[in-house]
Design a protein around this ligand. Structure first.
Ligand code: F6P
Length: 323
């Protein structure tokens, strides 16, 4: 058994629905192992500022269904500096914290990996981001909820698009990845999906608009798509298709909020428990992932180095079904 008596838990980077369920699972699994738990507020920023609170089982009651994160989150520039990390280490030592669980995305794991190399504090990561872009896990916490949010929004826009016979460009999040765009595109029957993983999609879109004879169309645009954002693409299309009544809708941060889906609550619960088991098993600098419905452990350097690829079969599915 490792010599861990007290752990810290933090959420870092963009929040995602299900982060609270993960905090709850980490706290309760740690208490089950007779560990003390401290919540670190506002991610690495709070670690540097010493913003720590003790956490009991009661403190994480009634949060499994809540969006956001009760610990708060931040994207910390200071943690990228040696001075920032040194201060963070001092604070962890002062509070006798022996190990940490960080819930976040690849930026959060990059920071954890560097910190763990510099100072002897084991870190385990739990993938929490709506983007689903982490190598080593089939799903990240928050993605399923965000997908459902997007599907509901697009269905609503579809109603008004049909009523007015309009062409809508709807922009969704995902940073450099097209998972949200592609899966929600299939689920809403979008006429086309533009995403960062595929180059030169403008020509295909123009060809499609020339040959189709639908009265209304929904084009889903991933924010990182090569063709630009929804507004830029809409401007180009307006020039070539003067008869179309074009509208743009950027869904934005509403995709990050809301009560987590059953799947995200389940995933967060499993990965939270797995993160404590990993620490008890002397593991460090690794992410707990979920592959083929089983938990796995993936070293941070792999999750950071490799990109998670879109399943190319799904690109065909989207194309075939919008024919
Ligand atoms: O990584 C999650 C995410 O929501 C991305 O999809 C998006 O590009 C980014 O965060 C937005 O970040 P911020 O909330 O800092 O504007």
């Amino acid at each position: 058994m490792p010599n861990i008596k007290k752990i810290g838990v933090l959420t870092s980077g963009g929040d995602a629905p299900g982060m609270n369920a993960a905090i709850r699972a980490v706290v309760r699994a740690a208490l089950y192992q007779n560990l003390e738990v401290v919540g670190i507020r506002r991610g690495y920023k709070g670690m540097i500022e010493g913003d720590f609170i003790p956490m009991t089982s009661k403190d994480v009651g009634n949060i499994i269904q809540r969006g956001g994160t009760i610990l708060g989150t931040a994207r910390s520039k200071e943690f990228r500096t040696e001075e920032g990390r040194q201060q963070a280490y001092k604070n962890l030592q002062e509070h006798k914290i022996d190990a940490c669980v960080v819930i976040g995305g690849d930026g959060s794991f990059t920071g954890a990996g560097i910190f763990s190399k510099e100072y002897d504090i084991p870190f385990i990561g739990i993938p929490g981001t709506i983007d689903n872009d982490l190598f080593g896990t089939d799903y990240t916490i928050g993605y399923d909820t965000a997908l459902n949010t997007v599907v509901e929004a697009v269905d609503r826009i579809r109603d008004t698009a049909s009523a007015h016979e309009r062409l809508f460009f709807i922009e969704v999040m995902g940073r450099g990845a097209g998972f949200i765009a592609l899966l929600s595109g299939i689920a809403t029957g979008a006429e086309a999906v533009l995403m960062p993983e595929v180059e030169n999609q403008e020509k295909g879109l123009i060809d499609y608009l020339n040959r189709q004879n639908k009265k209304s169309n929904i084009i889903l645009v991933a924010e990182g798509s090569h063709a630009g954002g929804a507004a830029a693409i809409a401007e180009k299309v307006k020039e070539d298709f003067k008869d179309y009544d074009v509208r743009v809708n950027v869904l934005g941060h509403m995709q990050r909020g809301g009560s987590p889906s059953a799947f995200d609550r389940f995933l967060a619960s499993r990965l939270g428990v797995a993160s404590i088991e990993a620490l008890m098993d002397n593991q460090r600098s690794s992410m707990v992932g979920f592959v083929n419905h089983e938990t796995v452990l993936v070293p941070f350097n792999k999750t950071i180095k490799f990109n998670r690829n879109l399943n190319r079969i799904l690109l065909d599915v989207a194309d075939i079904l919008s024919y």
